[in-house]
Design a protein around this ligand. Sequence first.
Ligand code: LMR
Length: 330
Amino acid sequence: MKLKLFLIVTLILALAVPAMAEPIVIKFSHVVAVDTPKGQAAEYFKKLAEERTKGAVKVEVYPNSQLYKDKEEVEALQLGSVHMLAPSLAKFGPLGVKEFELFDLPFIFNGYDDLHKITEGPIGKKLMTKLEPKGIRGLAFWDNGFKVMSANKEIRSPEAMKGLKLRIQSSKILEAQMRQLKAIPQVMAFSEVYQALQTGVVDGTENPPSNLYTQKMHEVQKFVATTNHGYLGYAVIVNKKFWDGLPADIRTALDSAMVDATKYANDIAKQKNDEDLASVKASGKSQILELTAAERAAWRAALVPVHDEMAGRIGKDLIDEVHKATGFTK
Ligand code: LMR
């Protein structure tokens, strides 16, 4: 009798308490600070994704290389240990997708409008399809900004770069760019740059102001030149098998969260970089070298030959297509 009662009560309880399914966890790893365009957009995506799936999805964002550094994170994505990343476009070469390095060509974009002709147009779409055979799906391009050059020397002219050891991301175009300046490029993970600058392992580096400021690189660099000589931005990517295996309604909700997070990222990127450059200036730790139009023209003349020099790596047709889309002229 007692057992019967127990079974009935258990059954009633089981029916009364709705099944509490475990949420689907999406691990989103990245290497920059939270207070950057990418860091903020990742947090915004998390908020929208959790709201729009009504808690069926939990997004865990790991900033600042907490989980993985540059090279490891892509391997971790392919293995499925992490589900979502937003590596810089300069970091796809080692994966065998060299075409993404077109974004590293010096002076290729004359501002965000030119950039968006590629990231929001057919060339951007075509680039994303190249990730599929690697088990990766590209969801969106997120903006960051145009790079400044920093060093402990007054680097107003391209000639001043001669002989300096400069940290670069893992891109052959960036390597060629530094060699064009007769500088010595050194590939290094983002998480190691501050210390390398501080200890003199490298003399200088390049990054948009948002990365320079939030990593405190300006505290260990005497000069920052507003060269705006190249672009740094991101592709948001996911493990294809994981993404395709999500229930269709969940994926639709996540896709819509990504559309809005992308708009958010691209809305804040320029402002964030302008503010962070102003903060570097206000800090008084490094001197900002505002280049005149003539000085910037000298950097452009020195670096544009990299486009032809590296056509073999990226593909001449692709570079011509980009030049045509943006109206680039030498
Ligand atoms: C760098 O390594 O300098 C950047 O790619 C970091 C980032 O993700 O913005």
